[in-house]
Design a protein around this ligand. Structure first.
Ligand code: PMP
Length: 428
C-alpha cells in the first residue's frame, strides 16, 4: 500500500538527511507524488512549475515518453554489466556522440557516476599526465574564486575557499591556488588588464601546476555570474604558454544551457579535459563523463602506471547511457538553440520588473538561465513557501534567486514563473 503524505514526511524527518541541511531543520519539506512535463505534482495535489529543472538536469521535462521508452527497452536487455574487460552498444554510441558534439579534439571518454566524480577524474588525469611526462611536482590546480566544482574532496579543494567553507576542512583539503573571479562580464569590452592576476599566478606557480580548472562562461552554484568569452579564450592561450593543462567543468553548462551546446563554444576553445554530467541523461539518471584529448590519454597510458587509475563499479551503466543517447538525440532533433535563445528573451523581459526593487542588486540572463541577485541573502525557510503559494518551484541560495527551467517550458508557463519571482521579490 502506498504511503500517505504524513507517513512519508514522518519517515523522512526521522531518518533522512537532505542536501546542505541539518537533521534538525525546521524548514518545510514537500512530498512529491509525481512529475509531468514541466510540473512537479505534490502529494497534496498542488502543482508547481519547475524553475530548477532538478538542478539544471531535466532539460526535456519529466516523464518524457521517448526517454522513458529508452530506459524500458534497455532494462529488458541489460540493466547493468561491469565495464572492466566488457563493453556495450549504449556506451559505444554515447562516446561517439559526445566526441562529435563536444569541441574538436576531445577524443577519449571516461564514464563515471556523478559530476563531482568527473571532476576528481579530470584532476587525476591532469596529475597523471604530468607524472608520466616526468614532472610529478606539477600536481596542483589553479582555480577561479567564486567557482564551484562539487562536494567530494578534490572537487571541494578547487571550490571557492570562502563559499566552499575551506576553513572547515583546513588541513584535510589539498591546498590549491586561486585567482580572482573573472572581472570582465559576459559581453563586456575586453581589456588585457583582466588577465593580470591569472597571468601572475601562472608565472609564479606553473612549475607546480598540473591544470587550471574553471567553469566556462557561467560560474554556477558558487556565484551565478556570466563572464567574458575573451577571458576564457585568453586563459586557454595562457595555459598553453605556461605549459599547464586546462580542465573545463561543463557539468552545469553542457548541452545547451547557456545558449551554445557547450560554453567552451562561446570562445571557440578546446580544453585538454572536459567534465560533463547533469543534463547528460536529460536528468533521468546519474551519469558523468570526463573527456580528454588523445595527447592527454596517450601520455597517461605511456607513463609508469601504464594505465589510468580509476574504475567505478557503475562505470558506463547501460541504462544511463541508453537514456543519455536518447536525450542527445532529442536535443539535436528539437532545434534546441532557438528554444533556449527565446527563453533568454522571455526571462529577460519577465524578470525586468525586479530591477525596480530596492532589495535587488542585479538581474542577469544568459541562455536558459535567469538570475535575480539580491542585496542581502534570502531566508530559504521563509521564501520557499512563498514560491509554492504561487505555484512554482524555485530554490534560491545566498543572495541569488535564479531559474534554469526545462527547455520545453511553454511561454505562458515561463511567464507564470517569472511573475511569481517578481511578486515574491517585491515582498522581500
Ligand atoms: N561542477 C559543477 C559546475 C556543478 O554545477 C556541479 C553540481 N552543481 C558539480 C560539478 C557537481 O556535480 P554533482 O552534484 O553531480 O556531483
Amino acid at each position: 500500500m502506498a504511503l500517505t503524505q504524513e507517513q512519508i514526511l514522518a519517515l523522512d524527518k526521522a531518518h533522512i538527511w537532505h542536501p546542505y541541511s541539518s537533521v534538525n531543520s525546521a524548514a518545510e519539506l514537500y512530498a512529491v507524488d509525481h512529475c509531468q512535463g514541466v510540473e512537479i505534482v505534490l502529494k497534496d495535489g498542488r502543482r508547481l512549475i519547475d524553475g530548477m529543472a532538478s538542478w539544471w538536469s531535466m532539460i526535456h521535462g519529466y516523464n518524457h515518453p521517448e526517454l522513458n521508452q529508452a530506459i524500458k527497452d534497455q532494462v529488458d536487455n541489460m540493466a547493468h554489466v561491469m565495464f572492466g574487460g566488457l563493453t556495450h552498444e549504449p556506451a559505444a554510441r554515447l562516446a561517439k556522440s559526445l566526441v562529435e558534439i563536444t569541441p574538436v579534439g576531445l577524443e577519449q571518454v571516461f564514464f563515471s557516476d556523478s559530476g563531482s566524480v568527473a571532476v576528481e577524474i579530470g584532476q587525476k588525469m591532469a596529475i597523471q599526465y604530468w607524472h608520466a611526462k616526468g614532472h610529478p611536482q606539477k600536481n596542483k590546480m589553479l582555480s577561479l574564486r567564486l567557482g564551484y566544482h562539487g562536494d567530494t574532496f578534490a572537487a571541494m579543494s578547487v571550490c571557492d575557499p570562502v563559499t566552499g567553507m575551506h576553513q572547515l576542512f583546513n588541513g584535510v583539503l589539498t591546498e590549491q591556488f586561486f585567482t580572482e573571479a573573472p572581472a570582465c562580464k559576459y559581453g563586456e569590452a575586453w581589456d588585457e588588464k583582466y588577465l593580470l592576476d591569472i597571468r601572475q599566478q601562472l608565472q609564479q606557480h606553473h612549475k607546480t601546476l598540473a591544470a587550471v580548472i574553471l567553469e566556462p562562461i557561467v560560474q554556477g552554484a558558487g556565484a551565478m555570474r556570466f563572464y567574458s568569452a575573451d577571458y576564457l579564450r585568453r586563459v586557454s592561450e595562457l595555459c598553453k604558454e605556461y605549459g599547464v593543462l586546462l580542465i573545463a567543468d561543463e557539468i552545469a553548462t553542457g548541452f545547451g544551457r547557456a545558449g551554445k551546446m557547450f560554453a567552451c563554444d562561446f570562445a571557440g576553445i578546446t580544453p585538454d579535459i572536459l567534465c560533463l554530467g547533469k543534463a547528460l541523461t536529460g536528468g533521468y539518471m546519474t551519469l558523468a563523463a570526463t573527456l580528454c584529448t588523445n595527447e592527454v590519454a596517450e601520455t597517461i597510458c605511456a607513463g609508469e602506471a601504464g594505465c589510468f587509475m580509476h574504475g567505478p563499479t557503475f562505470m558506463a551503466n547501460p541504462l544511463a547511457c541508453a537514456v543519455a543517447n536518447k536525450s542527445i538525440e532529442l536535443l539535436l532533433a528539437n532545434d534546441w538553440q532557438p528554444q533556449v535563445l527565446s527563453m533568454e528573451t522571455a526571462l529577460r523581459e519577465g524578470l525586468a520588473p525586479c530591477t525596480q526593487q530596492a532589495s535587488v542588486e542585479d538581474v542577469r540572463c544568459l541562455g536558459a538561465i535567469g538570475v535575480v541577485e539580491m542585496k542581502e541573502p534570502v531566508n530559504m525557510a521563509t521564501i520557499t513557501p512563498l514560491f509554492v503559494e504561487q505555484g512554482v518551484w524555485v530554490r534560491p541560495f545566498s543572495t541569488r534567486v535564479y531559474v534554469m527551467p526545462p527547455y520545453c517550458m511553454a511561454p505562458a508557463e515561463l511567464q507564470k514563473l517569472t511573475s511569481a519571482i517578481c511578486s515574491v521579490v517585491e515582498r522581500l
